[in-house]
Structures are given as C-alpha cells and as structure tokens.
Design a protein around this ligand. Structure first.
Ligand SMILES: [Cu+2]
Length: 309
C-alpha cells in the first residue's frame, strides 16, 4: 500500500491515516448534524424557541467518545514515537554535522562524505551536531526528522528497506541558502556498501604504486632507493615529485647563479649523475650521484621519466 522507505515509514503513515479517517468521520457527523438541525428546527416549523433541558446521558456520550478518540490518536502516535526514539543496539553509527549550508557525514572508520551512504536492511543511528545555528535533518521518504541544536547532540535512527537514493533536506530555516541545504542518502546493497566502506583513498594510492612497480624502470628506482626521496604518483607529500617533470620549466642554481632550464634528457642525465651541478631552486641537494647505475639502467629511468606524465 505504501512505498516503504524505512521501517518507521509505515508506522508514521498509519498514524496519519488513522487521524485523517477519524477527522473525516467527525467532519461528516458534525456537518450532517448541523444541516439536520437547521432543517428540523427552522423558524417555520418552530416559531417559538424551547428551553434546553439537561440530558446527562447525552453529555456523557459526547464527552466520553471524543476523549476516547483523542486518547486513541495519542497512543497510536506515541507508539510510533517510541519506535522512532528507541534505537536498536546493533545500529551502525554515523556522525552528522550540519552547518550553513551543508551536511557532512563521518563513519566509525574515519571516512567522511557529503552524502550519506548506508547498506539496505541495516539499522543506522545518526548522531547529529550543528556547528552554527539550528538545522533540522529531514528524510521525507523515511518519515524521519530531527533538529540539530548547537551545543547538543541529537539522534535519529532508521532502517532503509529499498535500494536507491533518497533526498535529505534541512527543515529548519537557517539563513540565506537554507533552501540549498540538501544532500542524499544512498541506500546500497550490503556487499556494495562493504566495498565502498573498506575502500579508502590511501589504499588507492598504494594500489597505484603496486601498479607502477610492475614497470621495470620503477622497480629499479625502488631498488636504488630513489623512491624514499621522490614520488612518482599523484600523492602530494614530503617527497619530491618526478611525475610529469619532463618538459617543465625550472629555475635551478648553477654555479651560484639562478638560471631557467627546461627539463630535457640532458638535464635528467645531469640530475642523476651530477646532482650538485644544478640544484632546483628552494631545494638542497641531498642526492648521491647515481653512478652505480649502468648506462642501460640510467637510460631506462630517463626514458621512463620522459614518458611518465
Ligand atoms: Cu539548515
């Protein structure tokens, strides 16, 4: 009957449906009685008004029935509320940060994202914080919404039932770009989520290196210790990058003077054999001349650096 987004969707929808049905019935009864009495007691038939007599049973009926209805609505709603407030023990915990004007998510293994990724059929607990003003985390199809209050941690839980994306909104006006404070929850198959969860950028860099080390020239550079000072991948760190240097313009210090050079084969050869002759500006030469390398090996490395853009 419903497109179920999360385990609480149905409970919330049922409460709404229940309240609407009662309201509609009351509306019909009240409207009917209004019309009925207007006709029955119109002036032509009853020119003279009659005194109202107390009818205790009637008063009890019209007090007791609405009280029962209101209490029924309350208990039905309260049951749903308890369901939303009681987090299952095994829930996956994800930290949610709201700020003007975006959402960010942090997983237990330190992974950070700007979309919420979760596995289908898994209980998820969101621990929510705001760093500035009050926001409200809202996933309409999951029927869950909770405020994020600065200086306080609030929470929510849900269990997604179907794979696919769903919208996340901020439901509390929080300034100029409030309307754009949106994200998505991506519900994935369990295995797919595991893969995504385990995959991190660092191991990606490692995988890239593994791949590169299959190249003989790289293997050689690794064996000669070049890679303890140089990087040949995209990683940016303390290592001096060699990726894409061929053809670059550089300022080097030669005999105490700054000169501009273009990295070509001859320059690379000199960089390897007489590292102190031309030192890249801003660097201190710490490199031993690579005289242990045979001419063939030297050429192999130079060829590799030429190609490795
Ligand atoms: Cu907001």
């Amino acid at each position: 009957m419903y497109t179920v987004g999360s385990t609480v969707s149905e409970a919330v929808d049922n409460v709404f449906l229940f309240i609407i049905i009662i309201s509609v019935i009351l509306l019909l009864v009240v409207t009917f009685l209004m019309i009925f009495f207007a006709v029955k007691y119109n002036r032509k038939k009853h020119p003279q008004s009659e005194p109202v007599k107390q009818k205790t049973w009637l008063e009890i009926v019209w007090t007791v029935i609405p009280v029962i209805l209101v209490l029924a609505m309350f208990f039905y709603g309260y049951k749903g509320f308890l369901l939303i407030r009681q987090v299952p023990e095994d829930a996956l915990k994800i930290k949610v940060t709201g700020r003007m004007w975006d959402w960010s998510f942090e997983y237990e293994n330190g992974k950070r994202t700007d979309k919420l990724y979760v596995p289908v059929g898994q209980n998820v607990k969101l621990l929510m914080k705001s760093v500035d003003v009050i926001h409200s985390f809202y996933i309409p199809v999951f029927r869950i919404k909770e405020d994020l209050v600065p200086g306080k941690e609030t929470y929510l839980w849900f269990k997604p039932q179907t794979v696919g994306p769903a919208d996340i909104f901020c439901a509390e006006y929080c300034g100029q770009r409030h309307a754009f404070m949106m994200s998505q929850v991506m519900v994935m198959e369990k295995e797919e989520f595991e893969k995504w969860y385990q995959y991190d950028e660092k191991s990606q860099a490692e995988a890239q290196m593994e791949e590169l080390k299959r190249i003989p020239a790289v293997k050689l550079m690794d064996d000669y210790g070049c890679l303890s000072c140089h990087s040949i991948d995209d990683s940016k760190g303390e290592h001096i990058p060699l990726k894409g240097i061929f053809g670059q313009k550089k300022i080097v210090i030669k005999d105490g003077k700054e000169i501009e050079i273009v990295v070509d084969e001859a320059y690379l050869r000199r960089a390897l054999l007489e590292p102190g002759a031309e030192v890249v500006k801003g660097q201190i030469n710490q490199m031993e001349p690579a005289t242990d390398l045979s001419e063939k090996e030297l050429q192999m490395i130079i060829d590799f650096l030429k190609e490795h853009k």
